[in-house]
Design a protein around this ligand. Structure first.
Ligand code: ZN
Ligand code: ZN
Length: 186
């Protein structure tokens, strides 16, 4: 049984969706043959402002992961932790990241702002945003479980550099990635 803890990093555009993300992500995992138990942390954990770059107006992903590692130290043996925030994130050498995973720490973070059509001046779209974020959560969980990027464009483990690429992939692991997951004894 795979145990996962979702941690909201803020309330807006996260709280209204998080129960759906839980169900969708559990479905993606179960289609790969993994049974999971996903818990939702009941309050928001605001990332440290030390991780915020004022010039870029973005959070540094590894800093948030380290931050969460300290806060959730007692849970790390039991749970894989995924922070989810309607914020923008980056890493060194990259303009932005949709998410980042640290398998050693068993922690991942998903930044949802750039997955919202409104970020691009488009109309709000509940289902599109829901689906895009779900894909990125499944993707980062895949990394936490030991998967690398996959060349199949429809596989959830395919690397996405833009929302177009996020939209082009599905929220499911391909057959090869599913087989690998089942062998990783999670
Ligand atoms: Zn990735
Ligand atoms: Zn794959």
């Amino acid at each position: 049984m795979l145990k996962v803890l979702f941690v909201p990093l803020n309330r807006n555009y996260v709280f209204d969706y998080i129960d759906d993300w839980k169900n969708i992500v559990a479905d993606s995992l179960s289609r790969a043959g993994l049974s999971s138990e996903i818990l939702i942390w009941p309050s928001t954990i605001k990332p440290s402002m030390k991780c915020f770059n004022w010039a870029r107006k973005q959070y540094l992903a590894p800093c948030i992961i380290e931050n969460m590692g300290n806060m959730f130290y007692d849970y790390l043996n039991e749970y894989f932790i995924v922070g989810i925030g309607y914020i923008d994130g980056y890493d060194y050498g990259l303009n932005f990241v949709f998410g980042e995973a640290s398998p050693i720490n068993r922690i991942a973070v998903v930044f949802t702002r750039r997955l919202d059509p409104r970020f691009y001046g488009e109309e709000p779209n509940y289902n599109l945003y829901l689906e895009r974020v779900a894909k990125e959560i499944v993707h980062e969980l895949g990394h936490l479980l030991g998967l690398s990027h996959c060349k199949r464009r429809t596989c959830v483990m395919s690397f996405s550099n833009s929302v177009y690429e996020v939209d082009a992939k599905t929220r499911f692991f391909c057959e090869t990635c599913s087989n690998t997951l089942r062998k990783l004894n999670v």
